[in-house]
Design a protein around this ligand. Structure first.
Ligand code: ADE
Ligand code: ZN
Length: 350
């Protein structure tokens, strides 16, 4: 469903941050393990008797200085090692969902990396039970719609991904789709052609990280070989005019993560981020937080900092929010209802 563009009134620069915070939005790119704040890492380490190689929350936070994706992933996987019990997965997801709801996120489609946990002996069931319970609680207590997307780690083999899918089979009623994440360079999408084909047969939604650090060729193969419905990041697509036309014509959403791109040195500063270029080319670009505990901000921080740095306007804000609902995996009636709520908030700012 294409959401008909709406012309919105200009909003004074000093009121734009309030509009960005108040507007309803969907988050389509959040790794739940990347929402694990240092305070919670230390609390879970104590609770579970796990030792971590940092003396304090401050020392851990000070280590969050990244030069590229891999330098982040090394510390991200180390942080996840404190997660052992169903309650741990619940508490992590609950903390994120409270923050998302406070940012007026109405819908969130949450990535999780089961191989990070099953590889340490944590059963798939423990992971899914804890995350899913938080999603159910959040609907009841916070009014936020949350669903789970299982991501395969691309630095591991396709055989490993198949084994993970097998472990997930009893839980597929609580997983809406699969994705592909971790170290991009050297691990092109086509490495996972067979497992994605199987997931497609199973009726799962398909997404993949592509064009974060990797070349436009990885975006092409995510589309043409994996047959994904959305591209996570995809910012490198701007280097390939034919790819930009394809993404615009097929209305393939890009789940862009500006603060992540800044912290992982994909762009030298936020002012040089290409979000405006993507929007101006008619792409269904969205704003997301990726790993908010590591990159310095949840959804609203991503919006306010990016708008301040790039000069995007209220019209762009409406488009980004509408794109997030269009790109979400909900039925058309639900998309319409979300956009009605979006329009109502814009009306109060007119
Ligand atoms: N896993 C968590 N965050 C990621 C990112 N930004 N890119 C790839 N894999 C990830
Ligand atoms: Zn990501």
């Amino acid at each position: 469903m294409i959401i008909t563009p709406r012309k919105v009134r200009e909003v004074a620069a000093d009121r734009l941050p309030a509009l960005l915070r108040a507007m309803p939005k969907a988050e389509l790119h959040i790794h739940i393990e990347g929402s694990l704040e240092p305070e919670l890492i230390f609390a879970l380490a104590r609770r579970n008797g796990v030792t971590i190689p940092y003396a304090s929350v401050e020392e851990l936070r000070a280590a969050y200085a990244f030069s590229n994706l891999q330098s982040f992933l090394d510390i991200y996987y180390a942080g996840a090692s404190v997660l052992l019990k169903e309650q741990d997965f619940h508490d992590m997801a609950w903390a994120y969902l409270e923050r998302a709801a406070a940012d007026n996120v109405l819908r969130t489609e949450i990535f999780f990396d089961p191989q990070t946990h099953t590889e340490r002996g944590v059963p798939m069931k423990t992971v899914v039970d804890g995350l899913h319970r938080a999603c159910v609680d959040a609907k009841a207590k916070l009014g936020i719609d949350a669903e789970l997307i299982l991501c395969f780690l691309r630095h591991l083999s396709e055989e490993d991904a198949f084994a993970t899918l097998e472990q997930a089979m009893p839980h597929l009623d609580r997983i809406i789709g699969v994705g592909l994440d971790s170290s991009e360079l050297g691990h092109p999408p086509e490495k996972f052609a067979r497992v994605f084909a199987r997931c497609r047969e199973l009726g799962l939604h398909l997404v993949a990280h592509a064009g974060e650090e990797g070349p436009p060729a990885y975006v092409w193969s995510a589309l043409d070989v994996l047959k994904v419905e959305r591209i996570d990041h995809g910012v490198q697509s701007a280097k390939d005019p034919a790819l930009m036309r394809r993404l615009a014509e097929d209305r393939i959403p890009l789940t862009v993560c500006p603060l992540s791109n800044l912290k992982l040195c994909v762009f030298p500063d936020l002012g040089q981020h290409n979000l405006r270029t993507l929007l101006d080319a008619g792409l269904v670009a969205t704003v997301n937080s990726d790993d908010p505990a590591y990159f310095g901000g949840y959804m609203n921080q991503n919006f306010t900092e990016t708008f301040a740095a790039t000069g995007l306007t209220a019209q762009h804000a409406w488009q980004l929010a509408a794109n997030s609902f269009e790109g979400s995996f909900v039925e058309e009636a639900a998309k319409r209802a979300y956009v009605d709520r979006l329009n109502a908030v814009f009306d109060t700012f007119a």
